[in-house]
Design a binder for this molecule. Sequence first.
Ligand SMILES: [Zn+2]
Length: 352
Amino acid sequence: MTSKVGLVYSDEYLKHDTGDHPENSKRLEAILNYLKEKNLLKNLVSILPKKAKEKEIEYIHSPSYIQEVGEICRRGGGFLDPDTPVSKDSFEVALLAAGGVFSAIDRIVDDLDSAFCLIRPPGHHALKSKGMGFCLFNNVSLGARYAQKKYNLKKVLIIDWDVHHGNGTQEAFYRDPSVLYFSLHRYPYYPGTGDIEEIGEGEGKGYTVNVPLPPGCGNSDYIYIFKELLSPIANEFKPDITLISAGFDAHQDDPLGGMSLASQGYGVLTSLVKEFSQGIVSCLEGGYNLKALRESVFTHLDSLASRPEGTRGPRGREFNLFPKGGMDYELPSRGVKEIVEKVKGIHSKYTR
Ligand SMILES: [Zn+2]
């Protein structure tokens, strides 16, 4: 028996016109074509995205910011910040991106095991009242609130494996123990947040977990962090749903990231997330080398769709999805071990 996996996609997502910006519509086309070519697309349940209502965008964003984005787009486009161009259709497309996450959640609650949202613009840098870092509305954060409000899913885990820290997502839930935000990211790096000591405030203390990493980290480092930190924290928290801010810019060939993950690494990370998750909704964030991006999304989806037994099991068999990998998954670099111990120390006084 395989897992039932949905794919949220619409050609409308191509209309967020950013010209030759690294975050452009070719990313989605490259992924979709590759999934077809590799015969994976036919195994995915197609989910048509609905458009989020402006009232729903207010779960996370201020009404004045929502109006501002709408107005800039109605005037024909412009820039939300120097990195973040918008075109005339971007506002509507951004509503459809957030709504795509809502549609995925509807199906997880109904009949699917997991879903991947092949959406743009991305979301995790979008703050309450400010778009930045290629992001307009915070898709994953909006999804978390939607799951809570519409389906009373009380505890939401957000895993952010994009190479950049999701400052917008962290801000949204910094004082909130119902949403656990776990991010591993290059640091110090754009956008500047994500220090190890940023752990949440008030009731939210211990529910923001930041794992800041030096450049060059690869498969063994990420897998070690997932096993040593994320799995125990998630097993303690027991999320009702897991959302992933799935950026693929920590890939070794990404032009922006400076990390060393291989495409197969994302498949392994996905199999680890499946072990503690009830239902998974994964949302595309970054990833700017088209070849690396399409391969990484493929291994991510292939892992979501495959039998749990095939991705777990005794050591040695564990990662046999990828027999040609030839990578040593057991040995993190020394610096990463130290960071993991430090995170454990900081978070050991909080129970979740
Ligand atoms: Zn990124």
